[in-house]
Design a protein around this ligand. Structure first.
Ligand code: ZN
Length: 272
């Protein structure tokens, strides 16, 4: 089996210091935390930005600051979020794409979050996909339900997206597909040939579905965006979550990929 790409999502849009004391929020904190995760085996960083009040922000200056601070420290693959919580318009959500990160997230369908709409209408998806293509940014296709996976396959057929895709299966978000082994098998069986794929399992299903993903040959995302506790009552940190996935992967015979190895697996050009 391929080496395992461990993606870390250190901050997200929802957690606060009240829900987890180890959450990195400022660009400096995010870069420091990601460097620790990189040394522990993470090779991709999925990044959200927060403003000075700690609220989700799509401000490209913040993404730029985070990117520069990370690059002073290490070559971890930088993936910026274009998710629905930080902005509404295509211009807001795609502002970070002009920074030409190596990757950006692209949700290919609408579902619900716990308290809001995961709003991704077709025109917006096509607009974001086009801007990523123009700036040489590889999308990570975010799939919150089977329909989003089928729509991504359709967009490749229509040459709006390029294959082979990198697809992140997101399970366990209230309002989207729930985090059960049956649902994971169902999504994995529906993947297109030749793609690379990872699993993001939110909350209580995180450990079980992360283990299944790496046994099945997929890659794994972890981090405080996805799970706040190591076990009930014990707050997680990004480093502890990455260490736990790396230990689990080694138990099943998969070494973590370095960023250079992850670039090769994902079809990204070398950094230098
Ligand atoms: Zn995210």
């Amino acid at each position: 089996m391929d080496k395992l790409i461990v993606t870390v999502a250190p901050t997200g849009n929802v957690p606060t210091r009240k829900t987890n004391p180890y959450l990195p929020v400022t660009p400096e904190e995010i870069a420091e935390d990601l460097y620790r995760c990189y040394k522990a085996g993470a090779s991709v960083a999925h990044i959200h930005a927060r403003d000075e009040q700690g609220k989700p922000s799509a401000d490209p200056d913040l993404f730029q600051a985070i990117t520069e601070l990370i690059r002073e420290k290490c070559d971890i693959i930088i993936q910026l979020s274009t998710g629905a919580r930080a902005g509404k318009s295509a211009d807001e959500r795609s502002a970070c794409i002009a920074l030409k990160p190596e990757m950006a997230s692209l949700s290919t369908g609408s579902t619900n979050f716990a308290r809001s709409v995961n709003y991704n209408p077709p025109a917006l998806i096509k607009e974001l996909a086009g801007r990523m293509e123009n700036h040489g940014v590889k999308p990570e296709i975010e799939v919150f339900d089977l329909s989003a996976l089928e729509y991504a396959i359709y967009l490749v057929e229509k040459k709006i997206l390029k294959g082979p895709m990198h697809i992140n299966l997101v399970l366990g978000v209230p309002g989207s597909i729930s985090g059960s082994p049956r649902n994971l098998f169902f999504l994995v069986e529906s993947l297109p040939a030749g793609c690379t794929w990872s699993v993001t399992s939110i909350g209580s299903s995180h450990r079980q579905l992360s283990a299944l993903a790496l046994i099945l040959g997929g890659h794994v995302r972890t981090g405080l965006e996805d799970v706040l506790e190591l076990e009930a009552g014990k707050p997680a940190s990004n480093l502890k979550l990455v260490e736990r996935i790396v230990a689990l992967a080694r138990f099943y015979g998969r070494e973590p990929a370095t960023p250079a190895e992850a670039r090769s697996i994902l079809g990204l050009p070398a950094l230098f």
